[in-house]
Every structure is written in structure tokens, then in C-alpha cells.
Design a protein around this ligand. Structure first.
Ligand SMILES: Nc1ncnc2c1ncn2[C@@H]1O[C@H](COP(=O)(O)OP(=O)(O)OP(=O)(O)O)[C@@H](O)[C@H]1O
Ligand SMILES: [Mg+2]
Length: 727
């Protein structure tokens, strides 16, 4: 897109519009997104189209701003140190000290900046703040919240005269920088992109602020007639001069092209840009100002503001209306698509200095992405997560890091269900015992009470029976009768008991229930069916049947949470490779965890690795979906992990599970990338996202949260690498 060097347009109403007294500023902060995830022509054009549509709908003055200022991991470090002091748990203290050391290392190695973006629109008082905010959020496809802008500078400043005019803090600077304000005075007719020239400024690491001030969006008929007037006048001038006037010819061409855009529905805006460069000393300031001007020179005429204009320009970083700051602002006309390109800075994310868990390092920028899962300060509920990635992509390692960071920082424990035995490593790190389940040593009674209501409990038990019988009970006449008989048998054992207080030791055994079942039935035919059904079940799940030991016994694992803070690990690698058994074991453990989890609101993470082992049994998938929904209401975060995203979206029931997991972590998919193109759940992904997914190297992933999509590196501390680095 070429920004055209359009002639300045003046009109009688030009400045009176700006003085409309009734307009009221409403300011917003905009969550930056990641422009590099749009690194492809088509996606960028679509983005430009959306931004242009937003600006062309402006019916009053507007101002965009961004601040890229030095920041640090200090809030994270201070919180870590504070938690270490507050906790009475010596393990947490020592692990927190390790994390602190890691953060200090990152802090020393990185030169972090924070990126803030703001928007102010001047609207009629009757327009609520919600409507421009909602419009901006929809058009910019990122979070927009009504909020005051941060100040450009704190404390008192005075003007310092040339050679380089700038502002200098009065009194002790105590970290307050010098500021030099620059302003645009002309726009050249050159090719612009989202990155060049403006957004590129913010990758230099220089502390900068920038305002794109749009004091006026023209009425289209007025803009058209003005431009037409200019073109006619210039053509007349060209017709009368003999000399070759390429500059004027160029202007006519630019104005005509802009006119064509206006006819195509675009708007014309008056635009000016103010830039604040910061530095701790005059020499650095001078060098930085030169660097900035040098970068912009091919595109924009930029000058250092002189005298009181230094202060005036600084005041643009607020909600003071342009008309009050300057009678004749040095604006330049720009069409909406060109103005859209000045907003590339909205696509530059940097470090958010806050407390939370480090979820990885930005693959492009190196800064850690810190996410507060629990938003403890706001009392929010944790959100479930769905992780996918092929073998060796780094899921288990990242999970171990996540679980230990969460336990160390928040004191929030976890339950891990995993089939490979890697849990032993985590157990060693936490000095806890991993429960290894084995069909020969362990018993998990399918009748253990999970739900408080008999109806729900019986439905749950029947799902377990369906799983080891490997057929649904119901749907056909014989199946319906079997389900009803089994319900009756179970009911006889549960009735009269309070399931909420029933202990596993009091739960009936499979053989007891089968005895009851075998005696049911009114007619001979039904009696025979009951006996036959009881024999079938007993043959599988009692005595020397394949599941006899595992299912027909009182539960031998103590699931009652002794210490609420204790993490627990359940590994299934000693389960004989029996698909059905492993699935039932997963369910039983999860059901037992649920029983305790539902009795309190203390936060907890429940991570289920290789969750497909449950998902491929329809009855258990239903249980899982139900569990996930219920756990969320009790502040439990579930993380389900598997290899392929396809597993989660291809089946309508599995999809429910996926939809209940708003945070998504996507490691390499190798061969399963088509869902990211075909499935509507990923319609908001750009082709760049898909390309990244297709090419993800080991230990890298895409993470989607309520804050956007992040391309991250699974970054770990040295202590973590030592502990979990050999899974
Ligand atoms: N960020 C990392 N830095 C260094 N090594 C890592 C990192 N992430 C993973 N690894 C190592 O790579 C190997 C594979 O990782 P991991 O076991 O986490 O893969 P996975 O995705 O869980 O695979 P699977 O699906 O087979 O369980 C392990 O040896 C692990 O220690
Ligand atoms: Mg793994």
C-alpha cells in the first residue's frame, strides 16, 4: 500500500469541527496481538481491510497511542520471594528460591520492554463507552477495555533548549528519563506496510512512545469535492507551464488515486504523528533521536519540536483534544487503508510484567509469557486446558514444569494420571509416592460411591460395566432389560445408605451385586436373563476372570486426600497392556478424585496424559465430559493431553471435551494439521498460524489463551532440566 503525498485540504469547517464542545473522550487500552503470526500477504491484507473499516467508521476525532518502555521481571521476582517467605512448607521455599534464581538470570540476560497500546475516541455524550469499545474489539480482533492511558512521564519536567530541544525532569530524576518529542510535517509517497516504517521503530529496543492523532475524518462528499478541486487546479497549472513539473504530476496522480479510493467507499482522515524518545542522558537521547529520524526519513518528514511545542507534543499522550492543543495542527490527509497501516504497533507484544506462571518464552521476542491461571487477585476460576503433540514433542516435560511451578508459586497441588511411568520423576522431585496401579496388585471397586444421588451413582456404575462388557447396555430390547436388571440390583445395595458418607470399605463388591442380580426377575424368561447376565459379568469381573482381581475387591488405593496440599501421581505403566483395564483404571481414579474434589473449593490441577485411553470408550467419554464440567465449578483445572487435535474435534462427544477447554496448547502435529484448516473451531487462525503448526520444531508450541495466540518455546530452568530433562 502506498501512502500518497496528498495536498493539505483546508475547509471553512475544518477547525470548527474540532471544537465541537459536546464531544467527550473515552479511552481504552488495547491488548497487543502478534503481527508476526500474520506474516503472509493475504492475512495482512485482510487485517488492513478490517482496520481500515474501523477507522473509516470514525465519526469524531480519535487518537491511537503506544508506549514501549523498559520493564522487568521484578513483579514476578518479588512475588516469588514473598511467597517463599510466607509459606511454611520448606519444599516450596527451596523450589521458589530456585525459580527466583532463574528469573534473575533471565532478567540479567534480557532487555525487556513492555508494550502498551491505547485508543481514545471523542464521542457524543449519549454514546456509551461500550459501543466504540466493542467496535474496536471486533475490528482489531483483540481485547479492548475501557481504561485510562498511562502517563508519558511522571513528575515535573522543564524544557531544555537546543541544540537538541527536549524535556528534562525537574529535581531528582530517580529513574525518570529525558524525553525528546518529535512530530511529523509531511508524508512521502512511498510504499508502507504494517511493519515499515512505524512498527519497525519498536524493534530497535529504544524506549519510545508514539501517538497517531486523527483529529478529523472527512465527510466523504466534502473530501471528494475538495480533492476534485485540487486536481482541477493542479491540472490547470500543469497545462500552463512548459517546464517539466514532475512533482505536480505526481501529486495529481496521488490525488486521483486517493479520489478513486474515496469513490470505492474509503474515507479521508487528517493524521499527524508524535513520537517521544526517552533516554537517561542527553548523549544517548541525541543518538536515539537520530536513529529514529534516520529510519523514518524515507517515509516521513519528522522534526524535533521546538520550545513550548515540546510540551504540547507531550500532551498528545493524553485525552486533551487536538483543537485545544493546537489551532492549526500539522496534519496530513490519509485514506483509511493507509491510516490502517500506521497501526502496525498494535501487533507488537512484549513482556507483561506481572505475577503468574511462566508458560514459555516468546519464540520471536524471547520474553517470557507469564500467565496467571488462577487470577488469584480477582478470585477467578481456573480454566481447563487441552494439549496436543506427537511423541517426543515435549508435552510431558512442559507439564512437569507447569505442575511444579504451580505448586511452588501458588501452593496449588495436582493429581497426575499418566500411563508411562514418567510420573516417577516428578514423584522424586516432590518427594512423594507415585501410586502405580497394577491389575494384579490393585483393586478398584467400580461400586465406590462417587455421586451423592443414587440415580447418578447407578448411571455411573453402569458406564463402567458397559466399558468392560464392551457394549452399550440399552438401545435394543435385550440390552434395555439388562440395564434395568443391573440398576435394580445396584439399587438394592445402595438404598438406605447415604452415598455422601459411604466409605469404599462399605461399598458392595461385584460378587455381591451379581448374587443379587442372579436372583432378580418376575417371569421365568426374565429370571433366566438375569442369571445369564450375572454369569457373564461374574465370568469377567470376579474370581479368576480377566478383571477379577482388579474389580472384585475393596479399593486398595486410599483416595481420600490426607493433606490437601499433597500432589498425587497415578501411573498406569504396570497395568498389563489391556486397553479396557487401563480405561477403567483411569476412570476409577478420576471418579475417586472427583468425589473428594467436589467436596471442596480449593484449587487443584488434574492432569490426564494420553486421555484417548478413556475417550475411545464412549461410556467413559461421557463420564469425562461430565467430570470436566463439574470440576470447573469447584475451582479445579483439568489438563487433558493427547497426540492429535483431531482426536478432540472429530467426534461430536469428544468435541464437547475440547470446547470445555478454552486454553489450547499445540505442539508438533505431524500429519494431523488438516484440522486447523478444515475445522471451524480454528477459523480464527491465520495461514501463518497453520504454517507454524505444520513446522513446529520440538519443544515449541502455540498457546491460545483469552489473551490471544502465542508462539512459545518450552523454556525451563536449569533445575527443571536436571529434574525432568530425561523423560
Ligand atoms: N524444553 C525442553 N528442553 C530440553 N529438553 C526437553 C524439553 N522438552 C522436552 N525435552 C526432552 O525431550 C524428550 C521428549 O519430551 P517429552 O517426553 O516431554 O515428549 P512428549 O511430548 O511427552 O512425548 P510422548 O507423547 O511420547 O509422551 C524428553 O527427553 C524431554 O526431557
Ligand atoms: Mg509424554
Amino acid at each position: 500500500m502506498v501512502t500518497r503525498a496528498l495536498p493539505k485540504l483546508r475547509s471553512a469547517v475544518g477547525t470548527t469541527v474540532l471544537r465541537q464542545p459536546k464531544l467527550r473522550p473515552v479511552s481504552f487500552l488495547i491488548e497487543p496481538f502478534d503481527l508476526f503470526l500474520y506474516g503472509e500477504e493475504g492475512a495482512l491484507r485482510a487485517l488492513q481491510g478490517r482496520f481500515a473499516a474501523f477507522v473509516r467508521a470514525l465519526d469524531g476525532p480519535a487518537r491511537f497511542a503506544t508506549w514501549h518502555m523498559p520493564t522487568s521481571l521484578r513483579p514476578l521476582i518479588d512475588w516469588t520471594v514473598g511467597e517463599a517467605a510466607r509459606t511454611a512448607n520448606p519444599w516450596r521455599t527451596s523450589i521458589l528460591m530456585e525459580y527466583r534464581q532463574w528469573y534473575e538470570e533471565l532478567e540479567r540476560a534480557g532487555d525487556f520492554q513492555q508494550a502498551l497500546c491505547g485508543l481514545t475516541v471523542w464521542a457524543k455524550p449519549e454514546t456509551g463507552a461500550a459501543s466504540p469499545g466493542a467496535a474496536a474489539q471486533a475490528a482489531l480482533a483483540t481485547r479492548v477495555v475501557e481504561a485510562n492511558w498511562p502517563p508519558l512521564a511522571r513528575g515535573e519536567y522543564r524544557i531544555k533548549a537546543g541544540p537538541l530541544w527536549h524535556l528534562e525532569p525537574v529535581g531528582r530524576p530517580s529513574g525518570r528519563p529525558l524525553l525528546c518529542l518529535l512530530g511529523t510535517y509531511s508524508f512521502k509517497s512511498v510504499e508502507w506496510t504494517f511493519f515499515r516504517p512505524l512498527a519497525g521503530l519498536f524493534s530497535m529496543g529504544v524506549p519510545l512512545g508514539m501517538v497517531v492523532d486523527v483529529p478529523r475524518t472527512w465527510e466523504s462528499h466534502e473530501a471528494v469535492s475538495k480533492l476534485e478541486g485540487v486536481i482541477t487546479a493542479m491540472q490547470a497549472h500543469l497545462a500552463t507551464t512548459r517546464a517539466l513539473d514532475t512533482a505536480s504530476q505526481r501529486q495529481v496522480a496521488d490525488a486521483s488515486a486517493a479520489l478513486a479510493e474515496l469513490h470505492a467507499g474509503q474515507a479521508l482522515h487528517d493524521v499527524q504523528i508524535k513520537i517521544a524518545v526517552a533516554a537517561d542522558d542527553a548523549e544517548t537521547l541525541k543518538a536515539r533521536v537520530e536513529e529514529v529520524r534516520g529510519r523514518l526519513r524515507p517515509y516521513l518528514g519528522v522534526r524535533v519540536e521546538v520550545g513550548a511545542d515540546q510540551v504540547r507534543a507531550a500532551r498528545y499522550f493524553s485525552t486533551e483534544p487536538t483543537a485545544r492543543l493546537e489551532g492549526r495542527p500539522s496534519t496530513w490527509p490519509m485514506t483509511s487503508p493507509a491510516l490502517a497501516l500506521t497501526l502496525g504497533f498494535l501487533g507488537l507484544r512484549k513482556l507483561e510484567p506481572r505475577r503468574g506462571i511462566v508458560r514459555g518464552a516468546s519464540a520471536g521476542g524471547g520474553w517470557p509469557y507469564i500467565y496467571d491461571d488462577w487470577e488469584t487477585s480477582q478470585g477467578k476460576k481456573a480454566v481447563h486446558e487441552c494439549w496436543v503433540g506427537t511423541t517426543g514433542a515435549g508435552k510431558t516435560f512442559a507439564l512437569n514444569c507447569y505442575l511444579s511451578r504451580t505448586l511452588a508459586h501458588y501452593g496449588i497441588p495436582f493429581d497426575l494420571l499418566e500411563p508411562m511411568g514418567h510420573g516417577q520423576m516428578l514423584a522424586a522431585a516432590f518427594n512423594i509416592r507415585a501410586y502405580s496401579l497394577s491389575a494384579r496388585r490393585t483393586s478398584l471397586n467400580p461400586h465406590d460411591p462417587v455421586y451423592g444421588r443414587v440415580g447418578e451413582q447407578i448411571a455411573h456404575v453402569i458406564r463402567l460395566y458397559e466399558t468392560f462388557l464392551q457394549r452399550p447396555l440399552g438401545g435394543d430390547p435385550a440390552g434395555n432389560i439388562q440395564a434395568s436388571l443391573l440398576s435394580q440390583a445396584l439399587y438394592r445395595h445402595y438404598q438406605g445408605h447415604d452415598l455422601r458418607t459411604m466409605t469404599p470399605a462399605q461399598a458392595p463388591l461385584v460378587e455381591d451385586v451379581m448374587d443379587t442380580l442372579a436372583g432378580l426377575g418376575e417371569t421365568e424368561r426374565i429370571k433366566a436373563m438375569a442369571r445369564e447376565f450375572a454369569e457373564e459379568i461374574a465370568g469377567l469381573a470376579t474370581g479368576s476372570g480377566p478383571y477379577g482381581h482388579f474389580l472384585n475387591g475393596h479399593t486398595s488405593v486410599d483416595f481420600s486426600i490426607a493433606g490437601e496440599e499433597q500432589p498425587r501421581i497415578f501411573t498406569f505403566h504396570e497395568m498389563e497392556e489391556d486397553d479396557v483395564l487401563i480405561a477403567i483404571a483411569y476412570t476409577q481414579v478420576l471418579a475417586a478424585l472427583m468425589r473428594t474434589a467436589l467436596s471442596n473449593d480449593s484449587p487443584r490441577v488434574i492432569a490426564v496424559d494420553e486421555v484417548y485411553r478413556m475417550m475411545r470408550h464412549p461410556a467413559l467419554l461421557k463420564f469425562l465430559i461430565n467430570a470436566v464440567k463439574t470440576l470447573r465449578t469447584r475451582r479445579k483445572k483439568v489438563i487433558v493431553i493427547d497426540q492429535q487435535m483431531r482426536v478432540f474435534v472429530s467426534d461430536p462427544a469428544a468435541r464437547l471435551l475440547f470446547e470445555n477447554c478454552p486454553i489450547r496448547v499445540i505442539f508438533a502435529q505431524r500429519g494431523g494439521e488438516d484440522v486447523f484448516y478444515a475445522d471451524p473451531a480454528f477459523a480464527h487462525y491465520t495461514d501463518q498460524h497453520r504454517k507454524i503448526i505444520a513446522e513446529l520444531p520440538r519443544f515449541r508450541f502455540l498457546m491460545e489463551t483469552d489473551e490471544g495466540i502465542f508462539y512459545l518455546d518450552s523454556q525451563a530452568s536449569r533445575a527443571e532440566l536436571r529434574r525432568y530433562g530425561s523423560s
